[in-house]
Design a protein around this ligand. Sequence first.
Ligand SMILES: Cc1ncc(COP(=O)(O)O)c(C=O)c1O
Length: 358
Amino acid sequence: MVNITKTYLPNKKKYKEYVDEIYNSGWITNNGPLVQRLEKRLEKYLGVKNIILVSNGTSALEIAYRTLDIRDSALTTPFSFVATTSSLVTNGIKAIFVDIDEKTLNLDSEKIERFITKHTSAIVPVHVFGNPCDVEQIAKIANKYNLKVVYDAAHAFDVKYKGQSILNYGDISTLSFHATKLFHTIEGGALVINDDKLAQKARYLINFGIENPESIPYLGTNAKMNEFEAAMGLCILDDIAEIKSKRKDVVLYYKKELDGILRFQEQNKNSNQNYSYFPVIFKNEEELKRVQKALNDELIFPRRYFYPSLDSLDYIEPKQNMPISRDISKRILALPLYPDLEKEIQELIIKTIKENIQ
Ligand SMILES: Cc1ncc(COP(=O)(O)O)c(C=O)c1O
């Protein structure tokens, strides 16, 4: 069976050496030495100032909203994984959607201003599939209306924009290090925060709001990463160049074979790609379903990512309708993509797609 992704597992001996280290120290969680080491290595590798490791990408978003005191309502994209929206709603922040650009699949920055009201406190865009948003235009609007910007950068590990990390844009960027991601820590995530004071506040917030044994200045939660997760990250960071290069080979093959046949996401010209996903856009949902079924018959399971469009979720109030996102989400499919995806499977995927489209 072939799924959209296969979790990358590093060398077992290397991981065991870290596990031995954990057993020797007896320190398994609460900002342990491996978490600290991974934070330092990631800051250097990604070229960012403060990385705060957390338990998952969803809690990274929630901590970001609390760090910046985001309330009332936020503008966000309807074309994302559900956590972008649900994290707002569960924190009492209304999700007000701005439709996407049908080429880049990111929130359309040209449409943002018409949705700003006196209730708007933030913009929460997503670098969809690692493709950078229009960060300059978003910064301009945020400055003009005094809005906070939290980038959900769950897919944007190792993406550079105009020569520097895309994670340096906005007030806070959040990452997911879930097992399905390009770089993972089993479960995990991170906040990237330029401002040192805010970074310190986020550190208190992930540990129940505790500053020291006598002071609890913030309403916090428990969002800490543990040592076994950090050990996984340390191992995988050693292998990241090879992981990316193998994923790139798969993406280039898919692109070559499907060019002119299916539509791809238009990439930002000022950035590199991290090859984290390979979504293809069909003419209509019927064609997508036909291809999906034919692939499933071969025990290949691509994923309808992202589906459904988040503005159609039952719990969203007020009701909204984002036609471009709804249209794209019905006809986009992410193809299997992982470092050791066999060539024969890649060929079978291409053949099956070609046989099932008109
Ligand atoms: C865009 C986006 N945001 C947030 C998340 C949530 O991350 P996590 O699964 O680590 O909680 C994901 C995870 O898949 C995601 O794709």
